[in-house]
Design a protein. Structure first.
Length: 291
């Protein structure tokens, strides 16, 4: 029994880099969980993936200017993500193209441009670092950034919670009542970009969106209300980070993919065992009321 307990807690007691990685997962889970739930409710799951790749060219330019500078790469990634979101919105507004198609187009351009910049001016190691992150190398400055973004996200969502929920289900009504639906939509997209920038520092471009969307997709099988889905999603994200770090430590696996695959396993288990429309509940015989 003591061996199991040591295996669960010893890595975080003995090594400071494991503690920092765990705190980063905690902050990422608290910020990304609610944002991911709102993305799924707004049918924007794939747009989250598009924005996660949109930060790459800005982060790559920051890398070229200042190397692996947290400030430069974060500012560059945020600027690139917001730019792509605005361009996709303008294309949708002034042309007949749907928003998901414009996001997909700009996402592909951004991804190719970012990979081109890093690969031509850096090494293959630099490219892997940018794409997949190094959560075990998170330092105090990165932790402060991630924690600040998570705090700002929760505070902002608390302030604009009701308009965001209304816009999820009836954007036309919100526009007719307040005429500020576009402002709330833009604020929400900025929160998405901020959390993807935070995830980018720890998990890289290709993995950042995983901790945002997989727990959110799993949460719908366990909860019904929006607030409860957000809480469940945050809990699944934090637990996935903890278990993923343990797997990477004990089995010598890459930490980022281990965390995302753990979240993926939570999603598959939720599909199977979830009490809200999970496969077992859906297909098992149910008792009917008899009169």
């Amino acid at each position: 029994m003591s061996g199991w307990i040591d295996g669960l807690f010893a890595p975080f007691v003995e090594f400071s880099f494991m503690r920092r990685a765990l705190v980063a997962c905690l902050a990422l889970g608290l910020g990304c969980g609610p944002v991911g739930v709102l993305l799924t409710l707004r049918r924007m799951s794939l747009m989250g993936d598009a924005l996660s790749h949109a930060v790459l060219p800005g982060a790559a330019i920051g890398f070229l200017i200042a190397g692996f500078s947290l400030t430069a790469m974060s500012l560059g990634g945020f600027a690139a993500g917001v730019t792509v979101a605005l361009l996709a919105g303008l294309v949708t507004r002034f042309t007949g193209q749907r928003e998901d198609a414009s996001f997909a187009a700009f996402y592909l351009i951004s991804l190719a441009l970012g990979v081109l910049i890093v690969s031509t001016r850096g090494s293959s190691v630099d490219l892997l670092h940018v794409l997949f992150g190094t959560i075990l190398a998170v330092d105090d400055a990165s932790l402060l950034l991630v924690a600040s973004i998570a705090s700002l996200t929760l505070l902002t969502l608390a302030l604009i919670y009701r308009p965001l929920i209304v816009e999820c289900f009836d954007p036309g009504f919100l526009q007719s009542v307040q005429a500020r639906g576009t402002a709330y939509h833009l604020a929400f997209l900025i929160l998405v970009v901020l959390n993807l920038v935070a995830g980018f520092q720890a998990l890289g471009t290709l993995m950042a969106v995983g901790l945002m969307m997989l727990p959110a997709a799993a949460a719908r099988f366990w909860a019904q209300e929006v607030w409860s889905m957000a809480a469940v999603a945050a809990g699944i994200a934090v637990l996935s980070g903890y278990l993923g770090l343990l797997l990477s430590y004990h089995h010598d696996l890459p930490s980022g993919p281990a965390i995302i695959l753990t979240a993926g396993m939570a999603y598959l288990l939720s599909i199977t065992l979830g009490p809200r429309d999970g496969l077992i509940v859906r297909f098992l015989p149910r008792q009917h009321l008899q009169t």
